[in-house]
Design a binder for this molecule. Structure first.
Ligand code: ZN
Length: 110
């Protein structure tokens, strides 16, 4: 239980760090209003104050910061996915376990 809480806290801090990288440059916040008409810096503080990833979703206004999206079936989940990097970072994609299993089953039928 403690591990789960610690892991969730670590993910909340990770989201806050990504948020800061996305919306600040050299320590200066880019001023634009995001979800709920809060500034980017206010939203950053609210993310850090969250106790759960569900609360982070509500603060940001969508699940994209706390969920992975399968590039094949578009399912959004917090579960791990297989990540593939194409052409040394040109683009990447993620595949959920169900799609990966289906692809492996198809290959094993040959
Ligand atoms: Zn999928």
């Amino acid at each position: 239980m403690t591990d789960t809480i610690d892991q969730e806290r670590a993910k909340i801090v990770e989201v806050a760090e990504r948020w800061k990288r996305q919306y600040s440059t050299n320590g200066h916040w880019r001023e634009l209003l995001v979800a709920s008409a809060r500034s980017t810096v206010e939203t950053h503080a609210k993310i850090l104050a969250c106790k759960t990833l569900d609360q982070v979703d509500l603060i940001i206004g969508n699940k994209s910061w706390t969920h992975n999206r399968c590039s094949s079936c578009s399912t959004q989940t917090r579960k791990k996915m297989a990540n593939f990097d194409v052409n040394d970072g040109e683009y990447d994609y993620s595949i959920c376990a169900a799609c990966l299993r289906a692809a492996l089953d198809e290959l094993s039928e040959e």
